[in-house]
Design a protein around this ligand. Structure first.
Ligand code: PLP
Length: 380
């Protein structure tokens, strides 16, 4: 067998090989447990091995794994109904990932104007955004780092500074795509969603929230206000399985017709069962309120370390001089996994059901890393 790395080199060097997860911890192939404060980049919102998620997966996989979307499957309909009820929506398109949820939102927005007899091309996006890795979504992401070498990109996308977003919306605008809190951009809340909503209404443009990272309660709010026309969801929705959803407001329910969009795997029955279990636990345990409480504790602890903290709920970034050595120290010395949000931010995306002791452990790990970094600098 070849010893050469079998992967294309998209992820660079990966520091750990993980073999198991339990609660909020993951185990590596050397037998060391780590506290997981990344949650698979905001996916494992109930931690690992949650009994309700596992039971739902076991039950559905014992019945039916896949049918395509040529037929109905009860669990898929139940999940769609749960999302419609949660957001008072007109309908849902189920897919497998965040990028696909955004793609379907983009297609719905373009089709909406087309069907009204006045097609609109312009899509406005925010600075520091991240919307995914398909060609259309790197275009909406609007940053050279993600676009270099991939030109020509689809036309019609314009990046607008936050404070000019509302005034740039016009009769030419098809849709505005916004993350209410920007994840990859450094846990940066968008400052004036209401201003953008009002301008969209005034000019007939659609407002799309990309809630793929910040949604489903992580910021302390299940249903971000003001209401958008479309919400794109993924990550936490599948409880650890690949699942995305594009949730459309009632006035968009009849825009797509048969054959306008689709996916072979979208709404996979096992992923839907896990998604339904996730939504049930979220509601039963009032976990978005828990995100607010635990987020306040984590913020207080991080601020006490003397670093500025940006974000909302359990989506926080500590702004630092250089994130990479701190993240390495936290992993190697304290056994705590976090990720960067650019070169100057350490991002925390803990599970919604984390304990207070675990939140302290995360903050202590950053404190130890900062101390070590300061000691190294003063010793130079
Ligand atoms: N949108 C946001 C806000 C994200 O954070 C991500 C992924 O990190 C995506 C879209 C893309 O999601 P996926 O990687 O599932 O395609």
């Amino acid at each position: 067998m070849s010893t050469q790395d079998p992967f294309l080199n998209t992820y660079g060097e990966r520091p750990l090989t993980l073999v198991r997860g339990s609660g909020r911890r993951v185990l590596d192939d050397q037998g060391r447990w780590y506290l997981d404060a990344i949650c698979g980049i905001a996916v494992n919102a109930l931690g690992h091995e949650h009994p309700r998620i596992l039971a739902a997966i076991a039950e559905q996989s014992g019945k039916l794994l896949h049918t395509s979307n040529l037929y109905h499957v009860p669990v898929q309909r139940e999940l769609a109904q749960a999302l419609v009820a949660l957001y008072d929506a007109g309908g849902v398109f189920l897919c497998n990932s965040g990028a696909e949820a955004n793609e379907s939102a983009l297609k719905l927005a373009r089709k909406y104007h087309y069907k009204r007899g006045a097609p609109r091309a312009e899509i406005l996006v925010a600075e520091h955004a991240f919307h995914g890795r398909t060609l259309a979504m790197v275009t909406l992401t609007g940053r050279d780092k993600y676009q270099e070498g991939y030109h020509p990109l689809p036309p019609g996308v314009r990046v607008v500074p936050d404070d000019q977003m509302a005034s740039e919306i016009s009769e030419a605008t098809c849709a505005v795509f916004l993350e209410p809190v920007r994840g990859e951009g450094g846990c940066l809340p968008f400052p004036d969603l209401q201003g953008v909503r009002d301008a969209c209404d005034a000019h007939g443009a659609l407002l799309v929230y990309d809630e793929i990272q910040c949604g489903l309660g992580r910021t302390g709010t299940l249903r971000v206000q003001p209401e958008p026309d479309i919400r794109a969801l993924a990550k936490a929705l599948g409880g650890g399985l690949p699942l995305g959803a594009m949730v459309a407001a009632p006035h968009l329910a009849d825009v797509f017709g048969p054959g306008d969009h689709g996916s072979t795997f979208g709404g996979n029955p096992v992923a839907c069962a896990a998604g339904l279990a996730f939504l049930q636990v979220l509601a039963e345990e009032g976990l978005e309120q828990r995100c607010t409480e635990l987020g306040a504790l984590l913020r207080e602890r991080l601020e006490a370390l003397g670093v500025p903290v940006v974000g909302q709920g359990l989506m926080l970034a500590a702004q630092v001089e250089a994130s990479a050595p701190l993240i390495q120290h936290m992993r190697e010395v304290s056994g705590v996994l976090v990720c960067p949000a650019g070169p100057n931010a350490v991002r925390f995306l803990p599970a919604f059901n984390s304990t207070e002791a675990e939140i302290h452990e995360m903050a202590d790990a950053l404190g130890a890393a900062l101390l070590a970094a300061r000691a190294a600098t003063s010793g130079r």
